[in-house]
Design a protein around this ligand. Structure first.
Ligand SMILES: [Zn+2]
Length: 234
């Protein structure tokens, strides 16, 4: 079997989304990529999580052709592939319909950075994509969803803001590995929930000050990071 270890990592990332309550029934998917081989491992479409085994995951190439697996890949595969091709540094992608992040996506509103929990993981507001045109929806919908995400990052770095809200749909998150993508999806849901409460408590709440935002993000990420143990940025 190809990519045994990546299959296990991707299965674990999918199960983490379920354990954290981000996925209802099968409304979510995580994938991982082997950059050397140019192969992607993704959840199969519509299989119950409690029965899913590493062998059930589907291996495809970057064109979406199945290289190994008898099940159909997640229908969101084309979105994942666009992200892998456009964001060369990422190694995993996670998509959910988690309630709070999806609520912001449905409101077509970026999530402002109100505090250090957000600033630790996302260097700025979590952006929202433009809405898709009817033409984009009618043909190659999932691929066009990926292009809308890439456009939303025309001016920002996907490594510094590892998540997005797809307008009227839900969040996609990513990271260096499938586990990191799932982790970022979990943090995103938490900051989406807190941002909603923050606005409810004080409708004129202001985003976090730049200095505090920088302090929190940059102590965990980049060349001058010092948070946690060496080799462990969690
Ligand atoms: Zn979806």
């Amino acid at each position: 079997m190809l990519l045994q270890s990546l299959r296990e990592q991707v299965l674990e990332a999918n199960l983490e989304l379920v354990r954290r309550g981000l996925v209802l029934y099968t409304f979510g998917n995580a994938s991982g990529i082997d950059r050397e081989q140019g192969l992607v491992v993704i959840k199969p479409s519509g299989v119950d999580y409690d029965k899913m085994k590493p062998a059930d995951l589907v291996v495809t190439d970057l064109a979406g052709k199945t290289v190994e697996g008898t099940l159909r890949p997640s229908s969101d595969l084309p979105t994942h592939l666009v992200l892998y091709k456009a964001f060369s540094q990422i190694g995993g992608v996670a998509h959910t319909h988690s309630e709070y992040a999806t609520s912001w996506a449905q409101a077509c509103t970026p999530i402002p950075c109100y505090g250090t929990t957000h600033a630790d993981s996302f260097y700025g507001s979590v952006p929202v994509t433009a809405t898709l045109s009817n033409q984009d929806i009618d043909s190659a919908y999932e691929e066009n969803t990926g292009h809308a995400i890439v456009k939303a990052f025309a001016e920002s770095d996907p490594a510094s803001i590892p998540a997005v809200l797809v307008a009227n749909h839900g969040p996609f998150a990513w990271g260096p590995t499938a586990a990191a993508a799932a982790h970022n999806a979990v943090i995103l849901e938490s900051v989406a929930r807190m941002a909603l409460f923050t606005q409810g408590i004080n409708s004129s709440a202001k985003p976090i000050a730049r200095a505090l935002h920088d302090k929190h993000f940059l102590r965990k990420h980049g060349k001058n990071a010092y948070y946690g143990q060496r080799g462990n940025k969690a």
